[in-house]
Design a protein around this ligand. Sequence first.
Ligand SMILES: Nc1ncnc2c1ncn2[C@@H]1O[C@H](COP(=O)(O)OP(=O)(O)OP(=O)(O)O)[C@@H](O)[C@H]1O
Ligand SMILES: [Mg+2]
Length: 264
Amino acid sequence: MSFLTLDHVSHHYFSKDSYTKAIDDISLSIEEGEFVSLLGPSGCGKSTILSIIAGIMKQTAGKVLLQDQLITDSKIPIGYMLQQDYLFPWKTILNNVLLGPKIYDTNSEETKTRALELLDEVGLHDVANQHPGALSGGMRQRAALVRTLINDPKIMLLDEPFSALDYQTKLRLEDLVSLQIKTYHKTTILVTHDIGEAIAMSDRIFIMHANPGSIDKVFEVPIELRNETPFLVRRHPKYQIIFDKVWDVLSKKETDSKVVPPTS
Ligand SMILES: Nc1ncnc2c1ncn2[C@@H]1O[C@H](COP(=O)(O)OP(=O)(O)OP(=O)(O)O)[C@@H](O)[C@H]1O
Ligand SMILES: [Mg+2]
């Protein structure tokens, strides 16, 4: 039994006089504690897949199972982190983090202590009482990470969480997110256009193609790379070899792609 299973999942978006076949017959399984990436060109259905797993949208065909239970029936908490942090500007960082516990009615002194501990772990303890406007993009994404972790999600869905950041901040945040996810044994799905990021962070990479979105190939990242931090993976002798293999697969696909060129 896999932790998460997509079983022949398809999704069509309907409008008044047309429809888009966003994803077609996607089947995949993810084990508990695994970190996988969905890598592929714009419009291949990566965000659609995450929205379906998050339960925001119902697929038009197929099944999504979490620990053998339909995801729609499951009470297992899921964390969602996006490109934009969606922090409320009028709330302090701490109160933004405590929003989930308040909604789920699990807020307590203990939760507040935990929030402050997590903020400390990501270097934000000193700004807990500041508002998001006073923070840099990288700091805000760290706050968004803590806001996700505080609810103790069993799956983390990361939809291009680093793509709006400058390159140095992105590399630092990759290491931090990876450390937090490993420390707390979270099962994670990362959506990215960045081959380097997918190799640096994942155990497996699902390469997708568009029109309609489907899985083209699955790459297993060698164990020696998985045991390194994302920053050090990029310097590993095997990194470029895998990069080139992934690049080759993607290059054979659509030219309408936002994938970064092989210079990193
Ligand atoms: N709400 C919607 N209504 C109609 N079509 C949609 C809607 N959302 C997405 N689509 C279409 O479904 C397909 C998949 O979109 P999706 O956003 O999942 O792709 P993506 O891989 O996440 O793209 P990107 O990398 O640009 O974020 C695209 O053709 C897109 O235009
Ligand atoms: Mg998307």
